[in-house]
Design a binder for this molecule. Structure first.
Ligand code: NAD
Length: 311
């Protein structure tokens, strides 16, 4: 399990432990956000006997020993986020998203029967021509981040084709819930509501997203690690909750019981207009059945955000 101290990775780690698995969790506490939040993300997992934490940078060195005893490798570690991926930061994106993925695939190459689950992103589609978007649409990333996530997908596919590695690619659509990364919209909105501070909203707020509750993303990811006969497959993982940024702000004012002070800023480079996942394949082959809607999931995130002042 790579990226175990991150937002989705920490939930996945707990989901796996809860299901009886033994988990070796890897993370390097990348500085994309505070170490304190990542340590806190890990705190529940660390109480389990079946959990081993390995502080390691996947972009460095040979990883063969690390994956030796694993039946499944869940690769979630990455440099996430669309907007910061321009300019000099691109080096971090290629390093943590492409090079690190290649290192891990090389380590697994000798034992192709291991399942390798790669966390990709709706960002690989860019400004999708068709909504909802099917997995077979031609990827056309609109941000440097999307390019690096797509490169990671291509690496998985070529190791699958050349060495029969059992790779599975999951394209997550905007994941939300407790522990969401502090740079993501719902985190910023909740923080502004809690602290009574101003928050920037980019563009006209009419851009829409397919939102996925983190518990549903975790269930799909565990299924991708265990289901038979899905080698080499690519799946959209979208919660099926389609809303505009403005609608989510209105919903949060209801949940938080206060107005949110919004400053409108120009649309940011790399931000796409709409995302919407066609999840037919995930429903059929992974048994994917998203269970948490926007109001319930955002309420959970709000409760988490207000419980501790750290975020
Ligand atoms: N959050 C979303 O909405 C979303 C959407 C689409 C795809 N994804 C993908 O899901 C995965 C998890 O995203 P997240 O939002 O939980 O991000 P996150 O930043 O919270 O977690 C990623 C973790 O990976 C670790 N990491 C980065 N580079 C590393 C390296 N070289 N070696 C070891 N550890 C490293 C970081 O320290 C971090 O804890 C990523 O692959 C991301 O691209 C997320």
């Amino acid at each position: 399990m790579t990226g175990c101290a991150g937002f989705i990775g920490s939930h996945l780690t707990e989901g796996l432990l809860g299901g009886g698995a033994e988990v070796v969790g890897v993370d390097c506490f990348n500085d994309n956000y505070g170490r304190a939040q990542k340590l806190q993300n890990l705190s529940l997992a660390r109480e389990w006997d079946g959990f081993d934490f390995v502080p390691l940078d996947l972009a460095l060195g040979d990883l063969a020993d690390l994956v030796e005893d694993a039946d499944v490798v869940f690769h979630l570690a990455a440099e996430p986020g669309v907007r910061p991926s321009w300019g000099a930061a691109f080096e971090r994106y290629t390093r943590n998203n492409v090079l690190a993925t290649q290192h891990l695939l090389e380590a697994v190459r000798a034992t192709p029967e291991k399942r390798f689950v790669y966390a990709s992103s709706s960002s690989i589609y860019g400004q999708a021509e068709t909504l909802p978007t099917h997995e077979d649409m031609t990827p056309m990333p609109y941000s440097p981040y999307g390019v690096t996530k797509l490169a990671g997908e291509h690496l998985c596919q070529l190791y699958h084709r050349n060495f029969e590695l059992s790779t599975v690619v999951l394209r997550y659509f905007t994941v939300f819930g407790p522990r969401q990364r502090p740079d993501m919209a719902f985190s910023r909105f909740c923080r502004a509501a809690r602290d009574r501070t101003r928050v920037d909203v980019f563009g006209d707020g009419q851009q829409t997203r397919d939102f996925t509750y983190v518990g549903d993303a975790v269930a799909a990811t565990i299924a991708a690690g265990t289901r038979a006969a899905i080698d080499g497959q690519v799946f959209n993982i979208g919660g099926g909750v389609h809303a505009s940024v403005n609608e989510t702000l209105t919903l949060l004012t209801e949940i938080a019981g206060c107005e949110i002070d919004v400053r409108r800023e120009p649309r940011q480079h790399g931000d796409v207009r709409d995302t919407s996942a066609d999840t037919t394949r995930a429903r059929r082959l992974l048994g994917f059945e998203p269970a948490t809607g926007l109001r319930d999931g955002l309420s959970e995130q709000w409760s988490w955000m207000t419980a501790v002042a750290l975020r």
